[in-house]
Structure formats: C-alpha cells, structure tokens
Design a protein around this ligand. Structure first.
Ligand SMILES: Cc1cc2nc3c(=O)[nH]c(=O)nc-3n(C[C@H](O)[C@H](O)[C@H](O)COP(=O)(O)OP(=O)(O)OC[C@H]3O[C@@H](n4cnc5c(N)ncnc54)[C@H](O)[C@@H]3O)c2cc1C
Length: 503
C-alpha cells in the first residue's frame, strides 16, 4: 500500500479530511491535478458550524484574526434578512475570508500533521476491485508519466464534476442548471456594498469589498440561459448584466477574475461504495446561497475523518464507516432543500414577491428566526445516535447534536469544550467526579479522554439538563449521555470507538 487513504482533491474538503485522518493516525496522500492552487476564491467565508469545527481543532488563530473571527449577526434566508443570534451561538458565519486562505490554512495544518500533498497528479482511473477487494487502486497522470497508487480506501473530494464518483459508478441524481449567474472580482470601481444581496425587478446583485481596490460582485440576471462547463463569460457581459439590473455603468472598471455558476442541484446516491467514499462538492452541488458548500464539505470531512482513521488503523469495524452515509446523506439532502427554497425566494423575480413578503412576516417570530438560523448556520444538525444506545432514559436534548463551546474548569485549569477536542479524540465529560466512569472507559484509553470538569450552574441546567456524563465524539457531536453509575456507556463506547482493549 502507498497509504492507508488516498484523498483525491486538495480543495477545502480534501485538506480538512487529510488533517482529520492524520489526527486519527492514518497515513494519507492527497492528490490534486493542479500543479499549484489557483489562488481563486469562489467562497468568501463559512457558516457558524464550520467555524466551530475549525475552532474544535484550534485552527481559528491561523486565520490571522485571533481566537474568534469577525462574524455577521445578520444573515438572510433567500434574501430575507434577519438576526441569526435569536438562536443561541448562531450567526451568519465568518465572512470576508477568501476560500484560497481557508485552503492555505488547512493545507498548512494537514501537512504539519504529516499529510502528503502531491500536486500535478490527476486521477484518471480507478481499478475494479474496490467493491470487494482489500484495497483501492488508482491510475494517476503526472508530468513524468502515469503511475498507479494503492490504498485501503479512496475518498473523492474532487469537486462537483468528480472523476472518482463517475469512475465508481455512483449516481448523481438531481436537477439541471436552469440559469447562469456571474461572479467577478472587479477593480477600479467605488461600489456601494450590497453584502446580503439586493433583489431588483431584473435580477439579484451582491457586492462586497474583497481586498484593497477589489470588490466581489455577484450578478444573477433573470432569464440568463444556463451555460455548459466549456463556455466562458467576459467582464463586458457581466457589466452589461449589472447595468441591466442596477442601472449602474461599471464598464469602466476591470476584473481580476470572472466566472459563472449555476443552480444545478444534485446529490450522490451513495456516499460510500465499497472502498470508495465521497465528500464535499463531489457528493452534493447546489446554488451557493448562504455560503454553505465549503462549510458542508468541511463538516463531511470532520464526520468521516475519525471514523475512517479508526477503521484503517484497526480500532473499529467497517460498520462505523457506514454511519458516514447514514449521517451525512440526510444533511446533504436538507442542504439541497434549503438552497433550492432560497433560490425560489431570492431569484424568483416578481412572481416570488408574495412568498418573500410572507417569509418577511414570518421572520418577525422568534421561533421562525431560530429555525431558519439553525438551517443556514448548520447548528440544527442532529445525527441519529440511538444505535449506540444514546442514553439511558430516552432522547436527551444533547444527543446527536453538537456540544456548544462552553467554558469549564478541567484538570489543566480554565478551558472550554472545544479545546478538549483539539487532539481529535473522543471525550467523556464527567461532571460529577464519578470514579466509576473513569473505570468504565479505561479500556478505551488513547481513543477517549475522560475529563472531570466543572461547568457553570447555568450551563449545567440549561445545556447538560440533568446529564452527569456526556460522551462527545471527535467531531463534537454528543454520542451518549448518562448519570453516575450508568450502564449504557460501554455499549456506546464500543459502537463509536471499537471493541475495548483486552487486559
Ligand atoms: C459563487 C460561489 C460562491 C461560494 N461561496 C461560498 C461561501 O461563501 N461559503 C461556502 O461554504 N461555500 C461557498 N461556495 C461553495 C464552495 O466554493 C465549494 O462548495 C467548495 O469549493 C467545495 O470544496 P471541495 O473541496 O469539496 O471541492 P473543490 O473546491 O471543487 O476542490 C476539488 C479539488 O479536486 C481537484 N480535482 C478534480 N478532479 C481531480 C482529479 N481527477 N484528480 C486529482 N484532483 C482533482 C481540483 O483541482 C480541486 O482542487 C461558493 C460557490 C460559488 C460558485
């Protein structure tokens, strides 16, 4: 084997996955067909949950703004603006962070952990045998010729047109693009910011400063026919569309980068087929509404990485890997639902005006704001963890959800729930100092850290709601809750972290 895992694609998803795999002790090679990163940035930020995922690994300071990034409390659903902070911990995400910077941060982190990134390596074929053999083999085109590489598993993080997905024969059902939309990084113009977009009779536009002297504009004219991948767009076309919508003439400016995108919406039928897995845009494409694509890819990687590492290092069985599709496919389906709904409202023109009004009225209600903020920030994600016994007495409100960032006092003094996850291991939080818990988890030492901690009485009541012990998975989601002397802990530990060590 050349590695435990070959990851195809050094975009944000593949790089996040590479770091996660390394934290779990797996050898990983990342292949990307590009000789160098493009430096271009489709995305300019990420959602609240993606930011938390980075925080769980201690990555936020690498973005150069300190421990917390600048976030926007006000976001939108389909262009209808409202305050996301109605939902505890929510915001519209970190904005103004070019995707190229996120990729550089993740590449530095992953390589620092020992991941090998090989650029100028294009995966051309996947050998048969990945379905029932004991490895996956790829043919890779490089400047110095074609070579073969083998690994226990292959993960396609190679974007919406994923070669790996096609070669593995995984279906990608969904809907075709119905329209073309444009983006341009324009120079020499003093544009009025339209951060969250402006819906006008002839279309929708967005504008935000990108860097000194450069603005990112998004232009979505009504009636622009969908384009195929081999077509292109010029700045002149974009300027014309901008003028048609806003009445403003920007043709005197220039553009550093011009591109187009669509509302094509598709999802891979299977996230795993034998020894091939898919994550990120390779598994789902959709209208980029609310900046959710990169953010979802990063969360796919956070869900898959620790599981795949546990399987290839022999700590857990293949059934753990099946929970990846079981948990992330429904999340992807919901992502497609929410972005399609947003597209109808945001880009639906005059016929959608009544719908916009109704949604605007609804956002006057706190429960509606909380619900929509939960969807777009990805803080509403809840996995079904009942197979791992869940809890003793039924559905504790934390079960399957992410544990929020909460201050606590632990063995090393002041800390917080995210800091405890930096190492990428499971964490069993003991809130009552029960020696029985430590003894019960002893056979999972090295996989699960048992931490006796004190949290504030307010969090103890509102968040932990009666739980005296909480098992948190490496991706930050709660797998089990219980009270002192609980019996189901061993079942949950075995389910999520493999059989207990002997002796
Ligand atoms: C206009 C626009 C704005 C967006 N804004 C946001 C935003 O603000 N926030 C957000 O979260 N998302 C946003 N997105 C979505 C985001 O850009 C994508 O979801 C994200 O890039 C997906 O990351 P990925 O790693 O899965 O795939 P990609 O970024 O597409 O990376 C795939 C990688 O695979 C490589 N590759 C492809 N084929 C092969 C092969 N055969 N062999 C080897 N390598 C291969 C490619 O070179 C590439 O490096 C936006 C998208 C658009 C279009």
């Amino acid at each position: 084997m050349d590695a435990d895992v070959i990851v195809v694609g050094a975009g944000p998803t593949g790089l996040m996955l590479a770091g996660e795999l390394r934290l779990g002790g797996a050898d990983v090679i990342v292949l990307d067909k590009l000789a160098e990163p493009t430096g271009q940035s489709r995305g300019l930020g990420f959602t609240a949950r993606a930011m938390e995922v980075f925080d769980q690994r201690g990555l936020l300071p690498r973005f150069g703004q300190g421990e917390t990034l600048e976030t926007s409390p006000v976001g939108h659903f389909g262009g209808v603006q409202f305050d996301f902070t109605s939902l505890e911990g929510a915001h519209f995400g970190a904005r103004g962070i070019p995707q190229s910077q996120t990729e550089a941060v993740l590449a530095g982190w992953a390589t620092g952990l020992g991941a090998e990134i090989r650029r100028g390596c294009e995966v051309l074929s996947v050998a048969d045998g990945f379905l029932d053999g004991d490895h996956a083999e790829v043919t890779v085109g490089t400047a110095s010729g074609v070579r073969r590489l083998r690994a226990r598993y292959l993960v396609g993080c190679d974007g919406g047109k994923s070669t790996v997905r096609k070669l593995a024969g995984i279906g990608f059902p969904g809907t075709e693009a119905t329209r073309a939309m444009f983006l341009a990084d324009v120079t020499g113009l003093d544009l009025k910011p339209r951060y969250l977009g402006e819906t006008l009779p002839n279309g929708m536009v967005m504008a935000a400063p990108l860097k000194e002297g450069v603005h990112r504009i998004i232009v979505c004219p009504h009636g622009a026919a969908a384009r195929s991948a081999d077509e292109s767009v010029t700045f002149e076309e974009v300027a014309k569309a901008w003028e048609h919508i806003t009445g403003e003439d920007i043709s005197g400016g220039g553009a550093e980068w011009v591109s187009f995108f669509s509302d094509a919406t598709r999802q891979a039928a299977e996230y795993r087929r034998g020894r091939v897995l898919l994550a990120g845009d390779a598994a789902h494409i959709h209208l980029p509404a609310g900046g959710q694509g990169l953010s979802t890819g990063v969360q796919d990687a956070a869900n898959l990485g620790w599981k795949l590492a546990a399987v290839v290092t022999g700590r857990a069985g293949e059934d753990l890997l099946d929970t990846y599709h079981a948990e992330r496919h429904p999340v992807g389906r919901r992502l497609l639902m929410n972005t399609r709904a947003q597209g109808m409202v945001f880009l639906g023109g005059d016929p959608a005006e009544p719908l916009r009004r109704v949604i605007t009225e609804l956002t006057g209600y706190d429960t509606v704001r909380r619900h929509l903020a939960g969807i777009v920030s990805h803080l509403d994600i809840r996995y079904d963890v009942t197979d791992g016994a869940g809890d003793e007495e039924g559905a504790h409100p934390l079960l399957g959800r992410r544990l929020a960032k909460l201050p606590l006092t632990g063995p090393d003094g002041e800390s917080d729930t995210f800091r405890l996850l930096h190492a990428g291991r499971g964490v069993l939080l003991d809130l009552v100092g029960d020696p029985g818990l430590r003894a019960a988890a002893a056979a999972w030492a090295g996989r699960v850290d048992v931490m006796t901690v004190t949290v504030s009485p307010a969090d103890r009541g509102a968040v932990f709601a009666g739980a005296e012990a909480v098992l948190v998975r490496p991706d930050g989601h709660v797998a089990w809750t219980g009270t002192a002397g609980a019996t189901g802990l061993g079942t949950a530990l075995t389910h999520w972290f493999g059989a207990p060590a002997e002796g």
